[in-house]
Design a protein around this ligand. Structure first.
Ligand SMILES: Nc1ncnc2c1ncn2[C@@H]1O[C@H](COP(=O)(O)OP(=O)(O)OP(=O)(O)O)[C@@H](O)[C@H]1O
Ligand SMILES: [Mg+2]
Length: 568
């Protein structure tokens, strides 16, 4: 762990050493100040020209100030560099995690790891290390001086310091554990706050403000309590070091006194020794402080590592090899979301030839959206074979597979940013002409002409400034701009009004002449003209056929159609 912590410093070590040295030179310059002042006064007293000494003093002040300032700036800079490195690495991993892993994690907690935990690394890796190193030098220096005074007294001192040092060493892991709990509590608070903010309107509509305030408040209290635990152990470590010096003082006084009485030591040496003993106080304090910071850093580190140790998807940016439509087959596919979760797909088998429109229908929870999740390889199926374009999806390079598919999610998300950014999200290099065409196809042109800044209008966090239907059409246009060889539409038409739904049916039919379209729909009216309809139920495929065939042959489908007044 300590090694991994140091890995963050490696790229910055030269600047860190330089900063430390400048700081040291700055303090030495500070020490020279009284001496120079003495020369000034001397010159004054001896009626000599003060110009020389004054100039010297001024230069020393200026140089000292500039050197100290540069030193501390370099340290801060290194700190920022370390935080930046840690954040970059963490975010890089976060956005490459597997969907199944992210399902478990809470967004608010993830956020706190990037913002809070990385910040904790700064103190330990810059000031913590530099001060500990200089404190160690001071400590060794003082001990050498004490050794020249009297070896026996030094032994007594070291004995006391070692015993109490051992105690402090026992406390250190407790500080780390408490700090970890404190950071976790902050993460939990982030998670519950995020939950309330994500469902802001629902919170208000449910009159749940006070309850949510209390929930977040409780989490804040837990964070405070954990923080107090850290404070408790930290003060204990501080008090133990203070005691170490006091006890050492008493022991040295007792042993030294008797040695003075027996004539083995003279009084002046004892006094000098005792003075040096108090020289030990600041470096020991700094070392303990450095140790505490190290524990804090290690705690933060373990939370960062927790994310970085999760597997990353091997995605590289790719473009589809060709524009030819691809087919899909599901062959006896078995899938469940987790070992402790119910089976979702229990031998799903169907075939979608390249080109044309295929619809997936079935009751809620039948596993329709899961079909799309498996095709995009958000999740890996446990049994059976899925092919896209005749090739097992496990053999596709992930980036290429996803570049082949266009995907409109069930609750199609729109990201904060402008309308244009959202439309081009999946196809960064689409031309203006393609953009205009996609907008016209999804009937977004009205909206664009109505908006004050057209395509450059910001859509708000998660697209809240758009209507549900608008959001959905934006998502469809976005998927179309990717020029997919297989378009996956999940409930794409559920939020459209009758006129727009009709138009979109036309668009889908038109797109289906160029590429394969697989659409999940609850409203059968949108898919009655599909080339084939796959009826899913209870973890399997129940029937496949056209609308007319299914109305005649499948009871569930007839029932679904009857409730939607498609047959009498
Ligand atoms: N990320 C997930 N983790 C665990 N279980 C899930 C997850 N997503 C869906 N499920 C479960 O898998 C089952 C199938 O879900 P799926 O979303 O595929 O249904 P659906 O057919 O699309 O339903 P709907 O028509 O309501 O959209 C459901 O029982 C659901 O609870
Ligand atoms: Mg669904």
């Amino acid at each position: 762990m300590v090694k991994e912590l140091l890995a963050y410093i490696r790229p910055h070590r030269k600047i860190l050493v330089l900063g430390g040295l400048l700081g040291l030179i700055g303090s030495v310059a500070g020490l020279a100040m009284p001496l120079l002042a003495k020369y000034v006064v001397d010159a004054f007293g001896q009626d000599q020209s003060m110009a020389g000494p004054l100039l010297g003093l001024t230069v020393a002040v200026l140089v000292g100030a500039v050197v100290s300032a540069s030193g501390s700036y370099l340290m801060e800079r290194t700190g920022e560099g370390i935080v930046l490195g840690a954040r970059r690495k963490l975010v890089d991993r976060m956005l490459r995690l597997k969907v199944a892993d992210v399902d478990r994690l809470k967004p608010g907690d993830l956020l706190s790891r990037v913002t809070g935990d990385t910040t904790l690394l700064r103190a330990v890796l810059t000031n913590g290390i530099v001060e500990s190193v200089s404190a160690a030098f001071m400590l060794v220096g003082a001990i050498i001086m004490m050794a020249t005074m009297d070896g026996v007294l030094l032994l007594v001192t070291l004995l006391v310091v070692v015993v109490i040092g051992g105690l402090v060493a026992l406390i250190m892991p407790k500080i780390q554990r408490a700090q970890l709990a404190a950071q976790e509590a902050v993460g939990d608070m982030g998670a519950v706050l995020d939950r309330a903010l994500q469902a802001y309107r629902t919170v208000k509509a449910s009159g749940a403000e006070e309850r949510e305030i209390a929930v977040v408040g409780d989490a804040a209290v837990r964070a405070r309590d954990r923080g107090l635990q850290v404070a408790g152990w930290t003060s204990l470590a501080g008090v133990a070091t203070w005691m170490a010096v006091q006890i050492a003082f008493l022991c040295v006084l007792a042993v030294g006194g008797s040695r003075v009485a027996s004539g083995a030591l003279d009084v002046s040496s004892l006094i000098a020794f005792l003075l040096y003993l108090f020289y030990l106080v600041p470096p020991i304090g700094q070392l303990v402080q450095g140790g505490v910071q190290l524990q804090n850093g290690l705690a933060a580190m373990s939370r960062i590592k927790e994310i970085e140790s999760l597997p990353a998807e091997p995605v590289s940016v790719a473009v589809a090899e060709s524009a030819e439509p691809v087919g899909v087959t599901f062959e006896d596919v078995e899938f469940r979301y987790g070992d402790d979760r119910p089976i979702v797909h229990d031998g799903v088998t169907f075939e979608v030839p390249p080109g044309g429109l295929t619809a997936l229908v079935g009751p809620s929870g039948a596993g329709k959206s899961t079909v799309f999740g498996l095709l995009e390889r958000f999740y890996d199926h446990q049994g059976g074979v899925i092919t896209v374009g005749g090739r097992d999806i496990r053999d596709w390079p992930l980036g290429e597979l996803r570049a082949t598919l266009g995907y409109v999610e069930q609750d199609a998300p729109v990201l904060a940013g402008t309308l244009r950014e959202n439309l081009l999200f999946a196809a960064q290099d689409a031309t203006e002409e393609e953009l205009t065409r996609a907008i016209a196809r999804t009937r977004l042109d009205d909206l664009v002409s109505r908006l004050p800044e057209g395509l450059e209008t910001a859509v708000g966090h998660r697209g809240v400034l758009l209507s549900g239907g608008e959001r959905q059409r934006v998502a469809i246009a976005r998927a179309l701009l990717r020029k997919p060889r297989l378009l996956l539409l999940d409930e794409a038409t559920s939020q459209l009004d009758a006129v727009n739904e009709l138009r979109l049916r036309e668009v889908i039919a038109e797109v289906a002449t160029e590429t394969t379209v697989l659409v999940i729909a609850h409203r059968l009216s949108t898919v009655t003209n599909a080339d084939r309809i796959v009826v899913m139920e209870g973890g399997g495929v129940r029937a496949v056929g056209t609308h007319d065939e299914l109305v005649g042959a499948d009871e569930l489908y007839r029932e679904l159609a009857a409730t939607q007044f498609l047959v009498s």
